[in-house]
Design a protein around this ligand. Structure first.
Ligand code: ATP
Length: 361
């Protein structure tokens, strides 16, 4: 297994820069997820690591070896795509063995590798079947099996679950995670699915327009987003953002929005020193807002819309012209237009510079 290093990797397609100077150090055995909206450069980054796309500039090292200008076949990596075309006329065994035959592995070696991979993936009883006799999830496992038998230094996966239905997707996600725990192989995994990113990644890289926004643990990406883009891209519904004015007198600090004024923690003094004005953007996760007057920051809100999701309700409120969403239990009873107090614990607040949109800390 191996570590993977990208150093100032850039990709231009004509006048379009798809990936801007990406530097990433992926540790041995890490499961790194590239997450971002469509067109942000995730696939292009992965394809450059695989050698399927030339880099415009920068370098790529796998296991300490400079592979920047090597052919894909010489990089010792295996790639699993969204469209895992299996050979329809071949059995599961033959599909998994095919790549090894091409590479002229011995018959005994091929048998051992296919046997090991099929045990890991629970395909042992299906080896004689052809792809059309398999379910979508089983086919995807065969595609994974083809990658595993290569015993590569690293796995590259591009949305491998996106062709599966929701239930199978959840099941295969869990299987993939177990597989990683068992094989410990360095993996780079592209997705735009936040749940996959949060549950599988040892670290997540959030990208936007070819630029890395944050590289961090799922926990930090969620609770300490580096900027407003990450705050609102990760989380469903996204983090609420409320622009407030800061007021201070001695050691006392308040936030003001419209006609409302509320007390703020003393760490605000430290934030004020980082700002060019007294305006700041306050970020609050929908689940951190509760209804009532618990200790913390209190906002007065009026209910605008309620959505029931079965297991919970989303309450859309207005606070001085800004819409905030609150997660509430499904038995929440309230009326449109009703006014209420919303409360958030001070340690749950994030503050962003309204100009740079960066997290203040
Ligand atoms: P998605 O989630 O939709 O797959 P992505 O984040 O993987 O998106 P990329 O496929 O890497 O994004 O594309 C990044 C940018 O590069 C996009 O603007 C895309 O249009 C552009 N691009 C990708 N491949 C090419 C190409 N072969 N020629 C020209 N432009 C390309």
């Amino acid at each position: 297994m191996a570590e993977l290093n990208l150093y100032q990797v850039k990709k231009d397609f004509g006048a379009v820069t798809a990936v801007h100077d990406v530097t990433l150090n992926i540790a041995d055995r890490e499961f790194l997820v590239l997450l971002g909206p469509s067109g942000c450069g995730k696939t292009t980054t992965l394809r450059m690591v695989a050698g399927l796309e030339d880099v415009t500039s920068g370098s790529i090292h796998i296991g300490g070896r400079d592979v920047t200008h090597l052919e894909p076949k010489d990089r010792d990596i295996a790639m699993v795509f969204q469209n895992y075309a299996l050979y329809p006329h071949m059995t599961v065994y033959e599909n998994m063995a095919f790549g090894l035959k091409l590479r002229r592995f011995s018959k005994t070696d091929i048998e051992r590798r296919v046997k090991d991979a099929s045990e890991i993936l629970g395909l042992g009883s299906l080896l004689k079947r052809r792809p059309k006799e398999l379910s979508g999830g089983q086919r995807q496992r065969v595609a994974l099996g083809r990658a595993i038998v290569r015993e590569p230094q690293a796995f590259l996966m591009d949305e491998p679950l996106s062709n599966l239905d929701a239930q199978l997707r959840t099941q295969t996600r869990v299987e993939l995670k177990r597989l990683h725990e068992r094989l410990g192989s360095t993996t780079v995994y592209v997705t735009h699915d936040q749940t996959e990113a949060m549950t599988m990644g040892t670290r997540i890289v959030v990208m936007r327009d070819g630029v890395i926004q944050q590289v961090d643990t799922p926990e930090n990406i969620y609770h300490r987003p580096a900027n407003e883009f990450v705050a609102t891209f990760v989380g469903m519904p996204p983090m609420n953002l409320l622009t407030i004015q800061l007021e201070s007198q001695g050691n006392e600090h308040w936030g003001r929005v419209g006609r409302q004024r509320f007390s703020l923690p003393s760490r605000v003094a430290h934030l004020l020193r980082q700002l060019s004005s007294n305006t700041v953007t306050m970020g609050i996760r929908p689940e951190d807002l509760s209804m009532g007057n618990d200790p913390g920051v209190i906002l007065n809100a009026s209910v605008r819309m309620v959505e029931s999701l079965g297991h919970e309700r989303l309450i859309y409120c207005d606070v001085e012209g800004t819409s905030l969403v609150v997660r509430a239990a499904n038995d929440w009873q309230g009326d449109l237009g009703e006014t209420m107090s919303l409360c958030v614990r001070e340690d749950r607040l994030c503050f962003f510079d309204p100009v740079s949109q960066r997290l203040l800390g």
